[in-house]
Structure formats: structure tokens, C-alpha cells
Design a protein around this ligand. Structure first.
Ligand SMILES: [Zn+2]
Ligand SMILES: [Zn+2]
Length: 131
């Protein structure tokens, strides 16, 4: 069982099975949101404990499809925790417990700013890995 929360503690959630995939996105949208390392969590193992009414969801214009959930009190980026998809990205920054995972890939590396240096050996994709 892994606990997660936002900076102010209003939003709390549990993930019942350890995530198995972590990736980092370097696109300009993730950079603006201030969080770009995600784990993918199956909906069946995600439980929101509190703070659902404190979450604001930013829906980007097409063609971008991933929504951005954040705590409207403290601004912590949460990933896509209100998604109804079978599996969705949760921002790695909001976990309180150790994930014990290594980053598996970097995507949208072509949009990476020069001030950010990739310091691991994970696979790098210029854009989305599956496009
Ligand atoms: Zn908060
Ligand atoms: Zn991104």
C-alpha cells in the first residue's frame, strides 16, 4: 500500500499495488506544470481518501488529451488522478512512500530544455514512445 498526498495535505490517496512503470516527459506542457515524472496506476488499485473537492482539473485543448489535476489550495501537481481510464498517470512527486522504481524512459526529449541534463540510462524518445 503506497500513500500519496499533496503539499498541504488536503488531497490524500492510496495505491494498493505497487506501480510497475515510471516515465519522464520533457514536453513543454509538463515543464510548465512543474512535474513530469509519472507512474502508471490501474484504476482498480487507486483510492482517493480525501480532497476530491480540492482538486482542479485543467483540460488542455486538442490535440493534447491528458488532463492535469492539481490541488487548488497548494498547487501540487497530481497527474491525472480523476481519470476514468483503466490506467492513468499519477505524478511521482506526490507519493509519500518510496516507489522503489527506476525511471524507464524519457519522452519528448526534443522539447527538453538545455538546462535539464538527463543523468540516467533510461531509453530516450524524441516524442511519444508509441507514435
Ligand atoms: Zn494541497
Ligand atoms: Zn509531457
Amino acid at each position: 500500500m503506497l500513500k500519496g498526498s499533496c503539499c498541504c495535505g488536503a488531497v490524500k490517496f492510496l495505491v494498493s499495488s505497487p506501480p510497475t512503470m515510471m516515465g519522464t516527459c520533457h514536453c513543454s506542457r509538463c515543464r510548465k506544470a512543474g512535474a513530469s515524472t509519472f507512474v502508471f496506476v490501474p484504476r482498480s488499485s487507486f483510492e482517493m481518501l480525501s480532497g476530491l473537492d480540492s482538486i482542479t482539473t485543467y483540460k488542455p485543448e486538442a490535440p493534447y488529451k491528458y488532463n492535469r489535476c492539481f490541488c487548488s489550495i497548494c498547487g501540487t501537481a497530481l497527474g491525472e488522478v480523476t481519470s476514468t481510464a483503466d490506467s492513468f498517470p499519477v505524478a511521482a512527486n506526490c507519493f509519500d512512500d518510496a516507489l522503489n522504481l527506476s525511471n524507464l524512459f524519457h519522452e519528448f526529449v526534443k522539447e527538453k530544455p538545455s538546462w535539464y541534463e538527463i543523468c540516467d540510462n533510461a531509453k530516450q524518445f524524441p516524442a511519444h514512445p508509441y507514435n
